[in-house]
Design a protein around this ligand. Structure first.
Ligand code: FES
Ligand code: FES
Length: 186
C-alpha cells in the first residue's frame, strides 16, 4: 500500500508517494538521494549513523517510518552548510570537526553531527547542562564510532560550543534556524 506525503528536508518541500512501511532513512537515501545519512547497524537503532533532526530533535531515522515525517521538518547532514545563508559555508560543528580531526573513516560522522546539532541548539542558548567532556560522552551514547575517535570528537564539540557561545546571539541563533534553510534553497 502507498501513501502521499509532504516532507520538508533541509528547507525544501518534497511531495512523494511512498510505501507505507518505508523507513525514513530509506526515504532520505533512496527517494531524495541524500546518502549522507548512513546505515550502520542494519536498522536496529543501535549505531546512530542514521541520525537526523526532526522538528528540532535528533532521531534515528531507521527507527521511524517516512510516513511519520509527513508534514514535518527534517535536517540531514547535507543541510548543515545552508545555515550560514550560503550553500557552501561550513557549520561551526563541521568546522570544528575539520579543525580537531573529529573523524577517521567518517562513517559515523553525519549521525554524530546531527546529534551534536540537537545538543548544542539547546546548550549554547540555555547554557545547560554544563558541557563537560564526560557529559558530552554521555550525550553521544547513542552514536557509535567504530574507529573509536571519541577524544577528538569530544574536543570538536567543545570547540564548536565555545565558538557558538561567544558569538552575538543573532548570529548564533542563525546556525540553528531551520527556517533559514528554506530561504537558502528556494
Ligand atoms: Fe539507524 Fe544504526 S542504522 S541506528
Ligand atoms: Fe570511523 Fe567514526 S570515524 S566510525
Amino acid at each position: 500500500m502507498e501513501k502521499a506525503v509532504s516532507v520538508t528536508v533541509n528547507g525544501r518541500l518534497y511531495y512523494k508517494t511512498i510505501p507505507i512501511r518505508m523507513l525514513l532513512v530509506d526515504f532520505l537515501r533512496d527517494e531524495l538521494n541524500l546518502t549522507g545519512t548512513h546505515i550502520g547497524c542494519t536498522y536496529e537503532g543501535r549505531c546512530g549513523a542514521c541520525t537526523v533532526v526532526v522538528d528540532g530533535n535528533a532521531m534515528k531515522s531507521c527507527m521511524m517510518l517516512a510516513l511519520q515525517a509527513d508534514g514535518r521538518s527534517v535536517v540531514t547532514v547535507e543541510g548543515l552548510e545552508g545555515f550560514a545563508g550560503q550553500p557552501d559555508s561550513l557549520h561551526p560543528i563541521q568546522q570544528a570537526f575539520w579543525e580537531r580531526h573529529g573523524l577517521q573513516c567518517g562513517y559515523c560522522t553525519p549521525g554524530m553531527m546531527m546529534t551534536i546539532f540537537d545538543i548544542l541548539a539547546t546548550n549554547v542558548r540555555e547554557g545547560t547542562p554544563e558541557l563537560t567532556d564526560e557529559s558530552i560522552r554521555r550525550l553521544l551514547v547513542g552514536n557509535i564510532c567504530r574507529c573509536t575517535g571519541y577524544s577528538h570528537i569530544v574536543e570538536a564539540v567543545q570547540v564548536a560550543a565555545e565558538r557558538l557561545r561567544t558569538m552575538p546571539a543573532e548570529e548564533r541563533d542563525a546556525w540553528f534556524d531551520v527556517a533559514k534553510l528554506g530561504e537558502v534553497r528556494s
